[in-house]
Design a protein around this ligand. Structure first.
Ligand code: F6R
Length: 368
């Protein structure tokens, strides 16, 4: 049942190419993006003037990734917020606000309450969900299903990648409806997404290397994660996975924040994982991150760098280099998250913990 694996989570990590392919399938028809069950007309999408993404935990991190893409493609302001915070504020919503509620289970209490609050304020709500007929999609105006299949491991893996893909479909559908992207640009972005299952399959080649690294890091006191731009939510997600599975102190930071405090944590031998942007993408991002790695290495950190294959410039700064395939910048989280998932699971295993059932956690959080 675990497909020859020691634990479900590794099987689910390996199922990520299929999860992505299944989530994208059927959403590009006759040159247009189509969403699923749409009780939102194209006109509603055209009228949207603001987007809120609400979710918890890993689903929230998928929303943070999506913010970069949706703003870039649609030129709409996008706020991504923890559902538990959103509902107790007084967010400014009206019928031209689109609220995207992301939930694997579709039953998360905080996200459900956020949906109810948004609908009371007349906002349009689109759910992204992995569970057919769950409560959140039932109470939303529209639903886009992730087709990741059932996830047994408590830690979200394949549903995270599928959520990013689904968020991107929403972004492209908005860009298409609003005309902020030409049809051929929308088509190109979709085809780039369609190439991701293969890129993720290729990335799975890092598993043996990361497993070995995990054994070396299993006794660490703490691990820090750094990223910029879409690499920032990747860092947050890497840290969350490590906390929940390995019960190890972990923090994710925006690399630019280092000198505003976190750099004081750096000491001899502290492992720091860095998600590097592509050298072929925004040159300034890459250069800034190189200088951040340089700074922390000079202070004794043990640098574990996730970088694009062939990026030779990072090699002098990487005590340990994990190479992932070259993909467009906005799609990088789909490959750079994979080694972080494996790292957390394998550190947990080295420490003797139950990877699929971490202590104190439940798969579906139906209490607030
Ligand atoms: C972490 C994890 C949780 C969930 C969160 C939201 O690995 O799985 O952080 O992402 O509890 O759950 P859903 O997506 O079901 O609303």
């Amino acid at each position: 049942e675990k497909g020859g694996h020691d634990y479900f989570m590794l099987k689910e990590i390996e199922e990520q190419p299929e999860a992505l392919a299944n989530t994208l399938r059927g959403h590009f028809v006759d040159g247009r993006i189509v969403l699923d069950e749409q009780r939102l007309a194209d006109q509603d999408l055209r009228d949207v003037d603001k987007v809120f993404v609400v979710a918890c935990g890993t689903a929230f991190h998928s929303g943070l990734v999506a913010k970069y893409a949706i703003e870039h493609w649609t030129r709409l302001p996008v706020e991504c917020e923890l559902a538990s915070e959103f509902r107790y504020r007084d967010p400014v919503l009206d019928r031209d606000t689109l609220v995207v509620a992301i939930s694997q289970s579709g039953e998360t209490a905080d996200t459900l309450e956020a949906v109810r609050h948004a609908r009371e304020q007349k906002a349009r709500v689109l759910a992204i969900c992995n569970t057919n007929g769950a409560q959140i999609p039932r109470e939303s105006d529209a639903v886009l299903y992730t087709h990741a299949g059932p996830e047994i491991g408590v830690a979200a893996t394949k549903t995270f990648l599928a959520q990013i893909a689904a968020n991107y479909l929403v972004g492209l559908a908005l860009a298409q409806a609003r005309g902020t992207k030409y049809p051929d640009e929308v088509a190109r972005e979709f085809h780039e997404l369609e190439a991701m299952p293969d890129a993720v399959r290729h990335t799975l080649g890092v598993v043996p290397q990361v497993r070995e690294l995990a054994r070396e890091l299993a006794d660490s006191k703490a691990i820090l994660f750094l990223g910029r731009h879409v690499g920032f939510p990747v860092a947050l997600e890497g840290a969350l996975k490590l906390k929940e599975l390995a019960y190890m102190h972990a923090e994710g930071f925006a690399a630019g924040e280092l000198k505003h405090g976190p750099i004081a944590l750096i000491e001899q031998g502290l492992p720091v994982v860095i998600a590097m942007p592509s050298p072929k993408g925004r040159a300034v991002l890459h250069a800034k991150l190189l200088s951040n790695i340089n700074e922390i290495q000079a202070r004794g950190a043990r640098t574990i760098v996730i970088a694009e294959e062939g990026d030779d410039t990072v090699k002098p700064f990487a005590d340990h280099l994990i190479e992932v395939p070259a993909v467009p910048t906005l799609l990088q989280p789909l490959v750079s998250s994979v080694p972080l998932q494996v790292l957390a699971a394998e550190i947990a295993r080295s420490r003797g913990y139950d990877v699929d059932k971490p202590r104190n956690l439940a798969k579906s959080v139906t209490v607030e």
